[in-house]
Ligand binder design. Structure first.
Ligand code: NAD
Length: 340
């Protein structure tokens, strides 16, 4: 396993390997860039194939958080942590406190929050050992509804740009992943008259989407072949890859998952195929924006937070226009804007 030679290392300021024998904690905390402010990013609790996979995930996710904060114009840097775990087994409070102590040793350079596999209730436990934590149950709570709101507004920007339509009524959206974000997104899309095709690894959640939103459940692999105007990846990263990019029938890719492009060249291929891609770290910034409002000294105000999240629509409209004017792919336009 190489660290500095990792393709996603990209000048990380600090990478910490944290372990605790008593609780079994094994974690990587990656701090990419603190020039704008403390590195803020969630903690992923996941069953990684090996330590190298965990490191790569932490580095890629943390780098993405730097770009996300820039594009949402927030005073944070990029960071992320991952816990190498058996995700099927429950987390112990001891492990969460050990994670909190590892975060605390960084003295505020990194602020932890929830991500896939962790929850606001987990962050409340982390809070007992460090103040450098956000996304608490008692604060703004779960950031996922805010993330879904931003994705929904982002889909609007994409539909306006690519399809010249200002409503989602009658359009079909294929949603991959019905977790915290995906289900909220389905509710918003359904409320506006969109037809839904959905998939998840958990049959019960697909049944719920079918009952509540009239969604059509399909097998995990079939989602890529769905006849839909929009493909919304809301599960894990890397789903736009050699095996999927040629299969997509959608005109738009716009969803919450981080690191949707397996490699940059897959973003270029989407553009060549005339598929509009809403860059992940722009469209999924709603949760980060919500956490920023949770930290507002005036107190959390949901209306103010969601109005801020809604600005993602204009950010994306500007980005799509800029990419079209320069004849470049949208992920390249976003990377250039994020780099300043
Ligand atoms: P989650 O863990 O609650 O949900 C993910 C869902 O995807 C689960 O229901 C899981 O069963 C399903 N899934 C996993 N692999 C799948 C596959 N191959 N096919 C179909 N379904 C699959 O996570 P979440 O909080 O909803 O986040 C979803 C994505 O959005 C993640 O990539 C996350 O990093 C990203 N994101 C989330 C937030 C947030 O506020 N929660 C913010 C920014 C980005």
């Amino acid at each position: 396993m190489t660290v500095f030679g990792n393709a996603s290392f990209d000048h990380h300021e600090q990478v910490v390997f944290a372990a605790d024998a008593d609780s079994g904690l094994k974690a990587v905390i990656a701090i990419h860039d603190t020039r704008r402010g403390p590195a803020l990013g969630g903690c992923r609790y996941w069953s990684y194939a090996d330590d190298a996979a965990a490191l790569t995930d932490a580095l890629r996710l943390s780098r993405g958080m730097t770009s996300k904060a820039v594009m949402a114009d927030l005073p944070y840097g990029g960071g992320k942590s991952v816990v190498i775990a058996d995700a099927a087994r429950p987390k112990s409070p001891e492990l969460l406190r050990a994670l909190g102590r590892a975060v605390d040793r960084l003295a505020g350079r990194y602020i932890v929050a929830e991500d896939v596999g962790t929850s606001p209730a987990d962050m409340d436990i982390v809070r007992t050992v460090t103040p450098h934590v956000a996304g608490l149950a008692e604060g703004g709570g779960d950031p996922s509804p805010a993330t879904a709101h931003g994705v929904w507004r982002g889909i609007h920007a994409a539909v306006t740009h690519a399809l010249r339509r200002n409503s989602l009524d009658g359009l079909t959206v294929a949603v991959q992943g019905l977790g915290h974000v995906g289900l909220h997104l389905c509710r918003l899309l359904h409320g506006e008259g969109a037809r839904l095709v959905v998939t998840d690894l958990r049959p019960a959640t697909m049944e719920r989407a079918a009952d509540e939103f009239g969604a059509l459940p399909v097998a995990a692999e079939a989602i890529y072949d769905t006849d839909a105007e929009v493909f919304a990846p809301c599960a894990l990263g890397g789903v736009i890859n050699d095996g999927t990019v040629e299969r997509l029938k959608a005109r738009i890719v716009a969803g919450s998952a981080n690191n949707q492009l397996a490699e940059d060249r897959h973003g270029a291929r989407l553009a060549e195929r005339g598929i509009l891609y809403a860059p992940d770290y722009v469209i999924n910034a709603g949760g980060l924006i919500n956490i920023h409002h949770e930290r507002d000294p005036r107190g959390y105000d949901r209306e103010r937070a969601f109005a801020h999240v809604g600005r993602i629509e204009q950010t994306l409209a500007d980005l799509f226009a800029r990419a079209a004017a320069s004849g470049i792919a949208t992920h390249t336009a976003a990377d250039r804007m994020a780099a300043g």
